[in-house]
Design a protein around this ligand. Sequence first.
Ligand code: TYD
Length: 141
Amino acid sequence: MIHELYRKLQFPDLGDERGKLVVAEGDLDVPFPIQRVFYIYGSDDTVVRGQHANRESEFVLINVAGSSKVMITDGENREIVELKRPMEGLYIPRMIWKEMYDFSPDSVLLVLASTHYDGAEYIRDFDEYKREIEQTRVLPD
Ligand code: TYD
């Protein structure tokens, strides 16, 4: 595999008898400085979100409540990761195609991003994604 598809992150859980506290610091627990935070909720198990790759942005996905699944592919390799723990993050590098689905009714999917939003860096067409990723693949000698 030439491109890393994803990395699972484990965040420090500083919970005590008063309850849980999970920390995700940019450049420390998360492998980039965090520029943007957004969260997805109110989606159900009939919805597929994402369906795009980003030329510039890296993301960390955390199901802070409930659960969801993420399908990640580089056009050749394909993995499905289930997110269901608030202290677990899924790091997705640039130029990886992702689809989020199977949201539980209580799912709150928190997303940390390495960039401010720019719709122009999104690739929303899978064929276009495959063309672009093909160009970045290093050919063996
Ligand atoms: P979209 O990328 O389709 O969401 P998802 O990947 O979860 O399926 O985004 C939905 C809308 O929100 C779209 O019009 C773009 C807008 N948007 C922003 O303005 N800023 C953001 O940071 C994000 C993630 C989306």
